[in-house]
Design a protein around this ligand. Structure first.
Ligand code: DAH
Length: 345
């Protein structure tokens, strides 16, 4: 009897499987618990005649060991699987990380700086909080010159009696021309990108801060023809090789003669459309030959040296390149807007 029961369990050992922890526990209870099948065989063993006890006792111990080992082996399998699932799988594809994009103004600034860098212009910078000298006086704005009102300036410190003692937020990057001439002797060939401030109500077409790029070239024998050629190269690099430029007479205190530059409309190619108000042209920058008074104010001999300067608005160029209609988009940081400038690879 006992022998048959032992054989029956032995036959079951190889079949024992469990694919989850509950099934394994069920096996343990069925075979190894106090009321389990092995325990019941040990009960039966008590009734075995003494002459069979030795042999059957051995077999009984064997079957108990086998069942215990089998159940332990099954448990180890589970443990291994559980441990494995905790391990980092370095072959798994990474969870994609949302990357930011360059701001459209940075994209365009870089593009413009790169174009001038190819012509040998180097970067220059200056502070945003400036004294009157660098923003106005050294640039030939006389103390009572009405051109000071051309730009609505933010004052950090305002002296009612003496405007030349004012501290302001710079209203143009032309101040960096003066800073550079303070510290460098000609030849000077610089490009100065930076933020400027003007006391304007914020609308779709005006903002109290925006960005400019200033250019300055001073050397012996620099002429208006040099200026024109550099600006033509710039316009064609930026807007395409079919682009034409035109220079219209204008006025700035720090240049003489002064001009404003138009490029052929990038929408209609110069034929005339609603964007260019049927003129075929859009204005992109101011420029001119550096006024001798400006050179002299910075200690540069205007009988030896001459130069040209130009200044452009980065927002304006970005609007023209990407048809952004509302200036406020540039500082609101709406990711849906910024995402449109994600480079396509
Ligand atoms: N500073 C001028 C402005 O903010 C722009 C400008 C015009 C800069 C002519 C120049 C220049 O260097 O030659 O409106």
């Amino acid at each position: 009897m006992l022998q048959e029961k032992i054989d029956a369990i032995l036959a079951q050992v190889a079949e024992m499987t469990a694919d989850n922890a509950e099934a394994l526990e069920a096996l343990r209870i069925r075979y190894l618990s106090k009321k389990g099948e092995i325990a019941s065989l040990f009960n039966d063993f008590k009734l075995v005649p003494p002459e069979q006890k030795r042999e059957l006792g051995q077999r009984l111990n064997e079957v108990k060991t086998l069942v215990t080992e089998r159940i332990n082996a099954l448990r180890d399998q589970f443990g291994a699987v559980a441990k494995q699932s905790n391990r980092v799988d370095i072959t798994r594809p990474a969870v994609p990380q949302a990357l930011g994009t360059r701001h459209p103004l940075s994209v365009v600034r870089k593009e413009i700086v790169d174009i001038f860098a190819r012509l040998g212009f180097t970067l220059a910078e200056g502070p945003e909080v400036e004294d009157d000298w660098h923003v106005f006086s050294a640039l030939n704005f006389a103390a009572d010159h009405p051109a000071r009102d051309m730009q609505d300036t933010f004052f950090v410190e305002q002296d009612e009696q003496d405007v030349t003692r004012n501290i302001v937020l710079r209203s143009h990057t032309s101040s960096v021309q003066v800073r550079t001439m303070d510290h460098h002797k000609p030849p000077i060939r610089i490009i100065c990108p930076g933020r400027v401030y003007r006391n304007e109500a914020i609308t779709a077409r005006a903002h109290c801060f925006f960005h400019q790029i200033e250019g300055l070239y001073i050397d012996k024998g620099v002429t208006f023809a040099d200026l024109r050629q550099v600006l033509l190269y710039f316009a064609q690099q930026l807007f395409g090789s079919d682009t034409k430029i035109r220079l219209r007479p204008s006025y700035f205190p720090f240049t003489e003669p002064s001009a404003e530059m138009d490029v052929t409309c990038m929408l209609c190619g110069g034929k005339g459309c609603s964007f260019c108000k049927n003129t075929g042209w859009v204005e992109i920058l101011g420029c001119g030959m550096v006024d001798p008074a400006v050179l002299e104010a910075s200690g540069i001999d205007s009988s030896v040296y001459s130069g040209y300067a130009f200044g452009l608005g980065i927002e304006r160029i970005t609007n023209l390149k990407y048809m952004v209609k509302d200036l406020r988009m540039f500082s609101e940081n709406d990711v849906r807007f910024l995402d449109e400038f994600r480079p396509v690879h």
